[in-house]
Every structure is written in structure tokens, then in C-alpha cells.
Ligand binder design. Structure first.
Ligand SMILES: Nc1nc2c(ncn2[C@@H]2O[C@H](COP(=O)(O)OP(=O)(O)OP(=O)(O)O)[C@@H](O)[C@H]2O)c(=O)[nH]1
Ligand SMILES: [Mg+2]
Length: 181
């Protein structure tokens, strides 16, 4: 495999490279797995990630596709920052830690707040229930219910259970997302 093949493989694989221009946001609470997914997409492997300091924006551009992570936990000031950042978003990947039920309500609130925003009115959302390699991870039906996904109707939205660390499940989510664009 040549250098370019190696470089573009993850994106071509997900069907995102054919896009003219795209801004794909990886959103979710802290500790959900946003930085880990960004590493997988940008480098095809997992490195060591330290918790990202808030409010931090990480960006990675491949071809004409910009990937960015944004932490949705916390206070109003951070909220204002991410609100400004959303206007030309093409697609949203919303990541939830599926082994942390104590934070499902907080994650659901952030997801519903996002889905009500005008800037994202027609933007497709792939919701990733991450960390299913862990024994405490909940089932897909349980997570779907706790996040209240059936209440979000005006856009394509789909839940995918995955383990970003074990490289399973999120590829389907990204391919589904690319197919919506
Ligand atoms: N078991 C398991 N752990 C994971 C998985 N994906 C990420 N993690 C771990 O979860 C922790 C948080 O991952 P990050 O990628 O830093 O999460 P983040 O959403 O960027 O978090 P902040 O930077 O704090 O906003 C790290 O210790 C990761 O190694 C997974 O699929 N399974
Ligand atoms: Mg991070």
C-alpha cells in the first residue's frame, strides 16, 4: 500500500472522501471517546489520549473533510462557544459512553439540546453507544430508550453500538452518515 492509500484508506472506507466539502463533528460528554475516534479516523489506530482540557476544539483535515471534536459537558460559557462553531456542520457523530448509565440523562439533555438547534436542523446524526467491549455496557434498546431517540424526528438519526478501542461498530455509523449526505 502506498503512502496515499494508507493516508486516505480510513476515509475512503467510510465513503466520506467523495464529498466536496464536509465538516463532521464528533460531539459528546467528556470521556465519551471523541478524541479516540478522531485518532482512529485520522491515523487508523489508537494512540494515548489524555482527557482534553475544556473547552477545547480538536480539528483534523483530510482532503476536503474537516473532522472536529467538541466537548458538550459543562456550563453556559462552553455552550456559547460550541453554538458558534456549529453553523456549517455537515454531519454529527454523537458519542455516548454506554457503560456509564449515571450520565445518560446528561448525555440525553445535550443531544436533545443539539437537535433543537436551528444550525443543525437538517444535519444527520449518528449516535454511537461506545465501549461495548466493557462488561458494564448497556444494551442497544436500553440506551435508545434512555436517550429518548424516538423523540427526535426531524432529521436522519440512527444509533450504532460500538467499541472505538476495539475498532468495531463505528465504521457502520460513519458509512451510514456518509450515505445520508
Ligand atoms: N473500554 C473502552 N474504553 C474506551 C473506548 N473508547 C475510548 N475509551 C477510553 O475512554 C476514555 C476517554 O476517551 P477520550 O477519547 O479521551 O474521550 P473524550 O470524549 O475525548 O473525552 P474528553 O477529552 O475528556 O472530552 C479514554 O480512557 C479512552 O481510552 C472503548 O471503545 N472502550
Ligand atoms: Mg478528548
Amino acid at each position: 500500500m502506498g503512502f496515499l492509500d494508507w493516508f486516505y484508506y480510513p476515509l475512503a472506507f467510510f465513503g466520506l472522501l467523495r464529498l466536496q466539502r464536509a465538516k463532521v463533528l464528533f460531539l459528546g460528554l467528556d470521556n465519551a471517546g471523541k478524541s479516540t475516534l478522531l485518532q482512529m479516523v485520522s491515523r487508523g489506530r489508537r494512540g494515548i489520549v489524555a482527557p482534553t482540557l475544556h473547552p477545547t476544539l480538536e480539528e483534523w483535515t483530510i482532503g476536503r473533510v474537516v473532522f472536529a471534536t467538541l466537548d458538550l459537558a459543562g456550563h453556559q460559557e462552553a455552550r456559547r462557544l460550541w453554538r458558534d462553531y456549529l453553523h456549517d456542520t455537515t454531519a454529527v457523530v454523537f458519542i455516548v459512553d454506554a457503560k456509564d448509565p449515571g450520565r445518560f440523562d446528561e448525555a440525553a439533555a445535550a443531544l436533545h439540546e443539539l437537535s433543537a438547534m436551528e444550525q443543525l436542523a437538517r444535519v444527520p446524526f449518528a449516535v454511537l453507544g461506545n465501549k461495548i467491549d466493557h462488561p458494564d455496557a448497556v444494551s442497544e434498546d436500553f440506551l435508545r430508550d434512555r436517550l429518548g431517540l424516538w423523540q427526535i424526528t426531524i432529521r436522519p438519526i440512527e444509533l450504532f453500538m460500538c467499541s472505538i478501542a476495539a475498532k468495531t461498530g463505528y465504521g457502520e455509523g460513519l458509512r451510514w452518515l456518509a450515505a445520508q449526505l
